[in-house]
Design a binder for this molecule. Structure first.
Ligand SMILES: CC(C)(COP(=O)(O)OP(=O)(O)OC[C@H]1O[C@@H](n2cnc3c(N)ncnc32)[C@H](O)[C@@H]1OP(=O)(O)O)[C@@H](O)C(=O)NCCC(=O)NCCS
Length: 202
């Protein structure tokens, strides 16, 4: 597990941890995180109105162990008593000629607009490059202005999508150099992806 502290624009310092399927402590934290998401957030993350998660799905979410899957979680609170406030994962799609993955990002309802999503996405893109991914895509509901705005800042490109009125598909080429990714911290640090790379390298 890679673990470090990075400051947010306005929020208290969080720890960003890379989680694997063998990580029992983080599995409990991730289950609690998913149970706490609002109905609207569940819809934006999973694209369906679901009353709650079943045990099998929670178990699957808490143990990211598909080959090549990457999962980062943002943790707040004292060590040993942390809660997850955001999570991002990249699942291999086996599409195209290179190594491609699909991103899913979610931040707890009470932790929005504090820079958590941006930090997680930066960390994931850095970890994906290190793992040899050549591209990453994400499906986003057309009404999800927050996520659409975020991926535009990271230079994701919109892709054609059949019947794309309610969904958008975006893609980022990970073979371009890390410095022109749009991973920019408006608080002043020129390129926080460098910090994320340092974390991923530990
Ligand atoms: C989309 C989401 C991940 C953003 O997380 P977040 O931690 O609030 O985002 P950040 O604070 O890092 O915001 C980064 C930038 O994205 C844009 N942004 C984020 N939320 C926004 C919103 N609701 N409206 C407009 N812009 C928004 C802003 O430009 C923001 O920068 P700023 O706050 O300096 O203006 C979060 O809203 C979420 O979890 N939504 C539900 C799940 C989801 O939609 N997942 C996407 C499916 S893959």
């Amino acid at each position: 597990m890679n673990l470090d502290r990075i400051g947010l624009n306005e929020a208290p310092a969080l720890r960003i941890a890379q989680v694997t399927g063998r990580d029992a402590r983080h599995a409990v934290i991730i289950e609690e995180f998913y149970r706490g998401l609002s109905a609207q957030t569940r819809y934006e993350r999973f694209f369906s109105h679901r009353p709650e998660f079943g045990p099998a799905e929670l178990e699957r979410l808490a143990h990211p162990e598909r080959a090549g899957e990457l999962c980062l979680v943002a943790l707040a609170g004292e060590e040993g008593e942390e809660i997850a406030v955001g999570e991002v994962r990249l699942v291999p799609t086996h599409e195209g000629t290179g190594r491609e993955g699909e991103i899913a990002l979610v931040v707890a309802d009470d932790w929005r607009r504090l820079g958590v999503g941006r930090k997680l996405l930066c960390g994931l893109l850095a970890a994906a490059r290190r793992a040899g991914y050549t591209g990453a895509q994400a499906y986003i509901t057309s009404s999800n202005t927050g996520m659409l705005s975020l991926v535009r800042q990271f230079d994701f490109r919109f892709q054609p999508l059949a019947g794309g009125a309610t969904m958008r598909l975006v893609h980022k080429d990970l073979t371009v150099t890390a410095t022109d990714t749009g991973c920019f911290d408006p608080a002043g640090a020129p390129h926080i992806e460098a910090a994320a790379l340092a974390i991923a390298a530990q």
